[in-house]
Ligand binder design. Structure first.
Ligand code: DON
Length: 565
């Protein structure tokens, strides 16, 4: 046509824009990405590029993080979401920090025994698949709150890239195509999910365009009317209709009652560095600070040597044993957090580690005497030095498998993070106590550990990871790799990882990451070694305090990407 209509010009522009985002940039090679102004690291390349676009358009780190979060809900349905929840840790360039808890919440009708049969046994799958496993989603409330209080561009503007990606579609990567196929069993269980993500069995191949018109409509409604559209309006009604169809229990009242909560970040110190991390209802921050406190004065030996693995694994075991015994949502139960993160308590545990054989059985310690009466990851740094560390989730990949009817997004299965039955392992093998029992409006204990490190008031590191129960151990090891072993950020994120969560009594090593000599010594010392595939997916940024240059590293364990400008 000679004179194309405005509409078709717009459509062509939008297609070019999407294809542009899909094309790799030379600055994204598998090396440390260095940037003078801003840096975005996320679990999916298109979403990382969206973040940099927002920064270049004058957005700050919060604008970029929220834009990336919504983009991930489109391009990374494995974990990016509207139907899940998470934590956003923000540190402004002026040194102020805050933590937005948008964790899912148990519905009003939830009970402590809702996943047990008449004999008191766990019904397999009930807390992990289907509508009953869904917690009241927090993502939309969390992002809207972050944007309102700290963003510069406004919700509508930062949601535009996600809307376009959903509407125009984006080319399916090899990794997304593979992931959808690998999870076909879960995704086939619910017809709406099967239609959207598996195209009714005609699986998306790499390079094909994945359009999500229902999701685009949902995103537009949120952009136009704000989070009320999700929690009180048409989307809330669709969530409840979906619940009705699949026998879930979330009501309109549960959705209307949901609030993102502003909390104080948990603070710790490690060899002169200040650690800002996740408070309750995460267990990640408490465990991270407890482990760092135990390890701080120790000479750790060379990285991934027998000596270092032994000392770090012993710190891990103790922190996880304490987690199992004490931790739960502090809005509902009292948790001896001040004791658990006190250096004096850590000193006691350290002595125990130094004076007992590695295979000695351990139990939760007693932090009570140390208690004082005051209590997919996205990393972004903008050119002013504002930083956001955001971890959010549907729990396991693709969550409960349930897609909200006509609304095009998946719902979480975060209810499995509660204690279904004290002493019985959850999907990550974690044993938990009554402190984390299910109760209406309570938030399930999490391991998500978005973290920011500063020194002498200057931003140094922004990092976090998925990985269920392995999360805080991943964050710990990347921190130690930088702060103790002086690796650069890419080396720190790439280095082989190990994981001990007390129960099951195993020391997990990433396959191929450790020398046969080290493994033999660990076995001889009594560790029950188990090999695993890649653990965690840390997306990290390091800032040079002298020059302000930002160095980004996406974890090579999956398809994340660091993009700077
Ligand atoms: O909040 C938690 O601890 C879990 N729901 C996180 C799940 C997770 O990291 C899955 N990723 N691999």
């Amino acid at each position: 046509m000679l004179f194309p209509s405005k509409r078709s010009i717009w459509a062509v522009g939008a297609i070019l824009w999407v294809l542009g985002l899909a094309a790799p940039r030379p600055t994204e090679a598998f090396t440390t990405v260095a940037a003078r102004h801003g840096m975005v690291v996320s679990g999916e390349p298109i979403a990382s590029r969206v973040g940099v676009e927002i920064l270049k358009a004058g957005g700050n780190a919060v604008d970029a993080a929220v834009a990336v979060g919504f983009a991930l809900a489109v391009t990374h349905p494995f974990a990016g979401n509207l139907g899940g929840g998470g934590f956003m840790l923000i540190r402004l360039a002026n040194g102020r920090s805050t933590f937005i808890d948008y964790r899912e919440e148990a519905p009003g009708a939830a009970t402590p025994t809702m996943y047990l049969d008449a004999h008191g046994n766990i019904v397999p799958g009930l807390s992990t698949v289907g509508a009953l496993s869904v917690g009241v989603p927090g993502t939309v409330a969390g992002f809207a709150l972050a944007e309102k209080d700290y963003g510069r561009l406004g919700l509508k503007a930062v949601m535009q890239p996600a809307i376009r990606l959903a509407e125009q579609g984006f080319p399916v990567s090899y990794w997304l195509s593979r992931s959808l196929k690998l999870h076909a069993a879960l995704l086939s269980k619910f017809s709406e999910t099967r239609r959207i993500y598996l195209r009714n069995g005609n699986f998306y191949r790499p390079g094909e365009i994945f359009r999500q018109p229902e999701l685009a409509r949902t995103l537009k409604m949120i952009a136009d009317r704000g989070p009320q559209a999700f929690y009180r309006g048409p989307i809330a009604r669709q969530i409840v209709a979906t619940m009705r169809k699949y026998h879930g229990i979330i009501t309109l009242k549960d959705l209307a009652a949901y609030r993102a909560i502003v909390r104080k970040p948990l603070r710790g110190n490690f060899r002169g560095y200040n650690i800002l991390t996740a408070p309750s209802p995460s267990s990640g921050g408490v465990a991270l600070v407890e482990m760092l406190n135990i390890l701080a004065p120790l000479h750790l030996g060379p990285p991934n040597s027998y000596e270092s693995i032994h000392l770090i694994a012993e710190a891990m075991r103790r922190a996880y044993a304490d987690r199992a015994a004490y931790l739960g949502d502090t809005d509902f139960v009292s948790v001896p957090i001040a004791g658990l993160i006190s250096p004096a308590y850590a000193a006691k545990l350290r002595q125990e580690i130094l004076h007992s054989p590695p295979d000695a059985p351990i139990h939760a310690g007693n932090p009570l005497p140390f208690e004082h009466p005051n209590t997919t990851h996205i990393s972004v740094v903008d050119s002013a030095g504002n930083a956001v560390s955001n971890t959010f989730t549907l729990n396991n990949g693709y969550g409960s498998g349930v897609t909200v009817l006509k609304a095009g997004f998946l719902l979480n299965d975060e209810m499995d993070d509660f204690t279904s039955k004290p002493g019985a392992p959850n999907m990550y093998g974690l044993i938990q106590s009554q402190a984390n029992a299910i109760a209406p409006r309570k938030r399930p204990l999490s391991c998500m550990t978005p973290t920011i490190v500063t020194r002498s008031g200057k931003l140094r590191l922004v990092l976090g990871s998925p990985g269920g129960s392995t999360i805080m151990n991943t964050v710990l090891q990347v921190l130690l790799n930088v702060l103790v072993y002086k690796m650069d950020i890419r080396e720190a994120v790439t280095a082989p990882r190990f994981h001990d969560q007390w129960m099951p009594d195993k020391l997990y090593l990433e396959r191929w990451g450790f020398s046969a000599d080290t493994v033999s010594r660990l076995k001889a010392a009594g560790y029950k070694i188990a090999f695993r595939g890649p653990m965690g997916e840390c997306e990290a940024i390091e800032v040079d305090p002298k020059t302000g240059w930002k160095f980004g590293a996406a974890d090579p364990r999956s398809n994340g990407r660091a993009v700077g400008y």
